[in-house]
Design a binder for this molecule. Structure first.
Ligand code: PLP
Length: 388
C-alpha cells in the first residue's frame, strides 16, 4: 500500500473500513469512553483523550502522506509545536528557530524561554554565519519553517538537516504552507513534520487542529505519551472533519496553485505592487532551492504595497472577494496585514528584524474563479488611484 501516490492516500484512507454496516465512509465515534470486554482486558481504545478511532484514522493518513512512522493529532497547530518542544526540551537545552517563523510560534518559544522552560535562539536561517553560531550552541531541537510565513522564504531542508544532525540536534519542519502534496521533509532528512491542519490539510476554515509526524517509532511513542499526559490531543469531531477535508487535498492544491499563478502574473504588472514574495519567481532568493525540494510552489504570496498606509488600508477595504482575516489555506481567498494581524505578537523590533514591513500584505489564494479575483483586485486598485 505504501506505493500509493499522496493524492490517492488522501482520498482513500479509511474508505470501506466499517465492519458493522459496511459504511463506505468511516462513521464518527463521539463516545468519550469504551468498554472493557473483561476485567483487566484493556481495549484498543479506552478513553478519548488517549485514543479514538477517528483521530487514529486521521493520524494514519497523515503519517502515510508524509512517509512517517506515526503521527499525533493535536487540538491546534500551536499545541503540536508545544507538544514537540515539551516532549524533548529540559531547562538547559537550546532550541533554534527561524527569526521569521509564524507569530504564534515565536510568542510560544519566547514566553516559555522567559519562564526558564528551555533556551531559545531565533536566527535568520539563510544567514550562514548566524546559523553556524546557533548550531555551535549544540541545540537539542531545530525548527525549520519553509516556505516561511509571511515572506515565503525557502530554507534548504537537506542541507540544514545534515548540519543540524552533525551538531547533535533533532529537526522538525513546519510544512503547513505546502502540505505533503508539494513537499515531504522526512524524505529530505527531517526527524519530524509539523502542520497546522487548520490550514490546507482541512482546507475549509472550519476546524482548528495540528499534527506532529515522526520518522522514528520511538519518538512517536514518546509524543503520543506526552500528548495524552498534557491533554493536547484532537477531538473526534475535528478529526472526522479534517479527514473529510483531506480527501480533496490533491485537487485543491492544484487549483490553488493554478489560480496563484494567474494572480502573480497580474500583480507583476501593477504599479502599486512593489517586491512580490513567492518561490515560483526567478527573482525570489529561494527559487533554485524550491525547484529542487518542492513539487509545487503553493498559493501563499505576499507583496509590498507602493504608497501610503492610508492607500493600503483603502485598497484592502475596497476588496470584496479577499476577506480581511488571519489564517490561510482555505477555499476562500484571504488578505492579511501581518504586522497588525498574524504577526503583531512579535513586537516592532522582532518584526523589523524579520523583514516584515508595515507595507506588507499577504494573500491566500482561494478556489474562486481567478477571473473574479482579478476583477476584484482591479476594482480595488482603481479605487485608490487618487490616494498617494
Ligand atoms: C497557523 C500556523 C500555525 C499555528 O497553528 P494553529 O492551528 O493556528 O494553532 C503554525 N505554523 C504555521 C506556519 C501556521 O500558518
Amino acid at each position: 500500500m505504501s506505493t500509493r501516490k499522496p493524492v490517492t492516500i488522501a482520498v482513500r484512507t479509511g474508505i470501506e473500513s466499517d465492519t458493522q454496516y459496511q459504511a463506505v465512509v468511516p462513521p464518527i465515534y463521539l463516545s468519550t469512553n469504551y468498554g472493557f470486554a473483561k476485567f483487566g482486558e484493556v481495549p484498543q481504545f479506552d478513553y478519548t483523550r488517549s485514543g479514538n478511532p477517528n483521530r487514529s484514522l486521521l493520524e494514519s493518513a497523515l503519517a502515510e502522506l508524509e512517509g512517517g512512522a506515526g503521527a499525533v493529532v493535536t487540538n491546534c497547530g500551536t499545541s503540536a509545536i508545544n507538544l514537540w518542544a515539551s516532549a524533548f526540551l529540559s531547562p538547559n537545552d537550546w532550541l533554534v528557530a527561524p527569526h521569521d517563523c509564524y507569530g504564534g510560534t515565536y510568542r510560544l518559544f519566547n514566553s516559555r524561554a522567559q519562564k526558564g522552560d528551555f533556551k531559545v535562539r531565533f536566527v535568520d536561517q539563510s544567514d550562514e554565519a548566524a546559523w553556524q553560531d546557533a548550531l555551535a550552541l549544540k541545540p537539542k531541537l531545530v525548527l525549520l519553517e519553509t516556505p516561511s510565513n509571511p515572506l515565503v522564504r525557502v530554507v534548504d531542508i537537506e542541507k540544514a538537516c545534515r548540519q543540524a544532525h552533525e551538531a547533535g540536534a533533532l529537526v522538525a519542519v513546519d510544512n503547513t504552507f505546502l502540505t505533503p502534496i508539494y513537499q515531504q521533509p522526512l524524505a529530505l532528512g527531517a526527524d519530524f513534520v509539523i502542520h497546522s491542519t487548520t490550514k490546507y490539510l482541512n482546507g475549509h476554515s472550519d476546524v482548528i487542529g495540528g499534527v506532529v509526524i515522526c520518522q522514528d517509532p520511538q519518538h512517536h511513542e514518546s509524543l503520543a505519551w506526552w500528548g495524552n499526559c498534557l491533554g493536547a490531543t484532537g477531538t473526534p469531531f475535528d478529526s472526522y472533519l479534517t479527514l473529510r477535508g483531506l480527501r480533496t487535498l490533491g485537487a485543491r492544491m492544484r487549483a490553488h496553485e493554478e489560480s496563484a499563478n494567474v494572480i502573480l502574473h497580474y500583480l507583476e504588472q501593477q504599479p502599486r505592487v512593489g517586491t512580490i514574495y513567492h518561490p515560483s519567481l526567478p527573482s525570489h532568493p529561494g527559487h533554485e532551492i524550491a525547484l529542487r525540494q518542492q513539487q509545487g510552489f503553493g498559493a501563499m504570496l505576499s507583496f509590498e504595497f507602493n504608497g501610503s498606509f492610508e492607500a493600503l488600508k483603502a485598497f484592502v477595504n475596497h476588496l470584496t472577494l479577499f476577506s480581511l482575516a488571519e489564517s490561510l489555506g482555505g477555499v476562500e481567498s484571504l488578505i492579511c496585514h501581518p504586522a497588525s494581524m498574524t504577526h503583531r505578537a512579535m513586537g516592532e523590533e522582532a518584526l523589523a528584524k524579520a523583514g516584515v514591513s508595515n507595507q506588507l500584505v499577504r494573500l491566500s489564494i482561494g478556489l474562486e474563479d481567478s477571473a473574479d479575483l482579478l476583477a476584484d483586485l482591479t476594482h480595488a486598485f482603481h479605487q485608490v488611484e487618487g490616494i498617494a
